[in-house]
Design a binder for this molecule. Structure first.
Ligand SMILES: [Zn+2]
Length: 568
């Protein structure tokens, strides 16, 4: 059986004429339904009730995730060239209708054996369109693998959609020849990355993190010294050249520690903080790699603070306050914090652990965060705070980590001179706010259903001249917008209707249309993605409005709202 499952805002169909020898009796007239899932199904030669059941099960599971409760079974012969004889097909269609009711769905069924006129409007989200193939063979394979299946099917399905949309929107692509887990960021995807980096750069500046840069490959000696070689070996990419072994960095910490160690430090210098948007490489299991969510080239918004023990609380409080702001700006601000405490085997002085853990608690309190304690789940080298963000689909994503480390300063012999002249060890704090830029971008794209807020949007404005003779004026409008930093594209090719559709498909935030009328009056027509239109808009009015939205990093995803003051 082959089936195309569409989550629609609206579907309408009407039987027009009988198609073949087997056709059902129907009441004439138009059936019109809203907010349903339509299943166009082609029943094939080998199908039977078990195949129908298996397919329905998939559909029902998917509908549950979509929050849809009404299914329209629509017999549709055009998905296969291996169709079942009509009587058998009709039997299975009726069987599916009955079974769908039995498993608790509301069901409508389009008549079998009729030519139908139909129209529908599919929702735009990544799971709105799904193609399903179910055969006796699929069921057998599924039965064999169900026992050892580690990843739920939803991830794979979501992943396929995710990867496909990434390519369609020209954001990123993944190529088997380059290896899985190594996404390429296209120009539009790179813009989103850069906007996120820009945001964190501002955060770093407020916190006092100085941005540094370190290479991607180090000799293996350092990794022996840090202990990574021993504990992290299987996830590191190593290489040998001229008889020497090198490691492609799986983390940025040793580089930053060496910068710290490059000169003597006094208690007055601390805290010393370095940040880096460092791409690290981790050899994850191929089975664990899913779209942007788990990659092998990971760009962290990494940072390391070298602090005196008495500075832990203040430094972490200010980091946490920024974390809260970042998630309010980027997602919906819903976060969960956890504090992982001393495990059974640990290094260092237990009194120091207790003090540091208390400092973390105070910091959470001061930042206004409630938290859950994960007793004994800290790393052997220090306690940590993890922060999960929640997306619009209610999924929790582990993003920020603030990890205290008593071990690395010891291993790398990091020191500072105390007021009394004695040598002391700083505490190292590893912190990332977004975590992995790639993964965070994946979360954002799905959270916003691929239509990002204006400040993150790769195409903020698409300028569409009505006809060839309006191109000159349109170019002037485009140049003016570009000159103040608004990401604007001028689209000339194809009919206006086609370009408007393209603006919608590529998720351009706003469309500006300029024809004769606009040219004569020195104005523009603004169109948002919902099709709302404002005519006679003066370019400076639009520019200052949109610039303000971008500057404020407003949540506006491309909608004309009340803040646009239109003067005629
Ligand atoms: Zn680190």
């Amino acid at each position: 059986m082959k089936a195309l499952q569409l989550h629609v805002d609206h579907v309408e169909y009407e039987p027009v004429r009988r198609e073949g020898a087997v056709s059902e009796e129907v009441e004439p007239g138009v059936t019109s339904l809203r907010e349903v899932v339509v299943l166009f199904a082609s029943i094939e030669e080998q199908d039977d009730e078990e195949v129908a059941d298996a397919l329905l099960k998939e559909v029902a599971e998917s509908m549950e995730r979509l929050g849809a409760d009404t299914l329209v079974i629509y017999p549709y012969a055009h998905l296969s060239n291996n169709l079942a004889p009509p009587m058998k097909a009709l039997h299975l269609v009726r069987y599916m209708e009955r079974r769908a009711r039995e498993i608790g769905l509301k069901v409508h069924r389009a008549p079998f054996g009729w030519n139908k006129r139909f129209s529908l409007s599919v929702k735009g989200h990544p799971l709105a369109e799904q193609f399903r193939v179910m055969t006796r063979e699929t069921i057998r394979v599924e039965k064999r693998t169900v026992a050892q299946q580690a990843q739920p099917a939803v991830i794979e399905e979501g992943e396929t959609q995710h990867v496909q949309l990434g390519r369609e929107l020209d954001l990123f692509s993944i190529h088997p020849i380059l290896g899985s887990g190594f996404p390429l960021f296209h120009a539009r995807g790179r813009i989103i990355r850069d906007e996120l980096i820009k945001l964190i750069r501002e955060v770093n500046a407020r916190l006092g993190f100085e941005e540094v840069w370190t290479p991607h490959v180090f000799k293996s000696d350092i990794w022996y010294q840090t202990g990574h070689y021993e504990h992290y070996r299987e996830r590191m990419f190593t290489l040998t050249a001229r008889g020497e072994e090198y490691v492609v960095k799986p983390m940025n910490c040793p580089g930053h520690a060496m910068i710290y160690a490059s000169r003597p430090r006094s208690y007055r210098d601390l805290p010393i903080m370095y940040s880096e948007f460092g791409t690290v490489y981790r050899n994850e299991q191929p089975g664990e790699l899913t779209g942007l969510f788990r990659v092998r080239s990971i760009t962290q918004d990494d940072g390391h603070a070298f602090v005196r023990p008495d500075q832990i609380e203040d430094v972490i409080t200010s980091i946490l306050r920024e974390v809260v702001r970042v998630f309010e700006l980027t997602l919906n601000g819903r976060i969960y914090s956890t504090l992982s405490t001393r495990p059974e085997s640990y290094i260092g002085d237990p009194a120091r652990w207790d003090e540091a853990t208390e400092a973390l608690k105070q910091a959470l309190l001061k930042a206004g965060l409630s938290y859950e304690i994960k007793e004994g789940e800290g790393a052997f080298y220090g306690p940590k705070i993890d922060i999960d963000a929640v997306d619009s689909l209610g999924r929790r994503w582990q993003c920020s980590t603030i990890q205290l480390d008593f071990n690395l300063p010891e291993r790398l012999d990091l020191k500072y001179v105390e007021r009394d002249g004695t040598q002391r060890r700083p505490v190292m704090i590893h912190r990332a706010i977004l975590g992995s830029i790639e993964r965070f971008m994946g979360v954002l794209l799905e959270h916003y259903n691929w239509r990002l807020p204006l400040w993150l949007s790769p195409i903020q404005v698409a300028v569409l001249p009505v006809s060839e003779k309006n191109v000159g004026y349109a170019r002037g409008v485009k140049d003016a917008l570009c000159s103040v930093g608004i990401r604007t594209e001028l689209w000339v090719e194809g009919t206006l209707e086609k370009r408007i559709r393209m603006a919608h498909q590529t998720r351009a935030s706003f469309t500006v249309i300029t024809g004769d009328e606009e040219e004569e009056t020195g104005t523009m027509t603004l169109r948002d993605y919902k099709g709302r239109i404002v005519k006679g808009l003066k370019p400076p009015t639009f520019t200052s409005w949109i610039l303000d939205l971008i500057k404020r990093r407003a949540a506006n995803v491309g909608e004309i709202d009340g803040s646009l003051k239109t003067e005629m």
